[in-house]
Design a protein around this ligand. Structure first.
Ligand code: SAM
Length: 239
């Protein structure tokens, strides 16, 4: 998969995508993250990328022209079609289901706003969808883009050392993950639920499912209301 990110801070994008699982996915050739700076496509002497908005008011907006030229260059760098996403507090909130959908695409092109955001005409013309990482306002889209790159990158086949670990994470089946306990030489088995030491795999699976259901009920009842539960789940919840 290829992810191009348009940002006034390309070093942040490159540096964050070089770390951890995403960095490893890049080293393994499963993912390529490329950063583009719209300032490189500004045509005036000051390499200007912002301008005051029509109608007055506080703040500056990112100019459409350098963004359009930068986007065209990024698109032309690879023949694979790209889904163009503007990271914006006004988009629908990112979910794991959306991350799964995006992770299956060959290419994403992410736009990071700064100042008061992007020229609306550019958004209407070029953007396929807007995505928010939560109901709060950041000063720029870079952290949001890094969140999306990480969430999508770790789902590339072969990125995680244990393929199963992603499918057992929170949200994958609509529930929160169960608690986990580390094997430790110093703290031994103190505080570890006995069932996890029993070697009884069926009992462990049942306990984990029950914990997962219980946690979701306590912490995220909104998720539980939407989750697809079978009769066995309902019996575990009632226990
Ligand atoms: N004036 C905009 C508004 O109120 O909707 C906010 C602009 S914000 C200061 C600058 C940039 O940060 C945005 O263009 C967007 O790219 C990014 N951003 C801010 N909050 C975000 C969020 N919750 N999710 C994704 N991107 C966000």
């Amino acid at each position: 998969m290829r992810i191009d990110v348009i940002s006034l801070f390309p070093d942040f994008i490159r540096d964050s995508a070089a770390l951890g699982v995403v960095g490893r996915a890049q080293e393994r050739g499963l993912l390529a993250v490329q950063a583009w700076n719209p300032r490189d496509y500004a045509t005036d002497n000051y390499r200007r990328v912002d301008q005051r908005p029509f109608g007055g008011g506080p703040g500056m907006l990112m100019l459409a022209e350098p963004l359009s030229a930068c986007l065209a260059a990024a698109k032309a760098a690879d023949p694979a079609p790209a889904r163009v996403i503007y990271l914006s507090p006004q988009g629908p909130r990112l979910t794991q289901a959306k991350v799964r959908e995006l992770a299956a695409l060959p290419r994403l092109l992410l736009l990071c706003g700064r100042y008061e955001g992007l020229d609306e005409r550019f958004i209407e013309r070029e953007v396929d969808e807007e995505l928010s990482i939560g109901d709060y306002v950041l000063s720029g889209g870079e952290l949001a883009a890094a969140v999306l790159v990480d969430a999508v990158g770790r789902l590339q086949e072969g990125a995680l050392n244990h393929a199963d670990s992603a499918t057992q994470d929170s949200f994958e089946d609509g529930l929160l993950d169960c608690p986990h306990f580390t094997r430790s030489e110093t703290s031994g088995t103190e505080g570890v639920p006995a069932v996890l030491l029993s070697g009884d795999h069926a009992a462990i699976a049942r306990w984990r499912r029950q914990q997962s259901l219980g946690r979701t009920w306590l912490r995220r009842p909104d998720l539980l209301a939407r989750a697809r539960l079978d009769a066995a789940d309902r019996a575990l919840l009632a226990d």
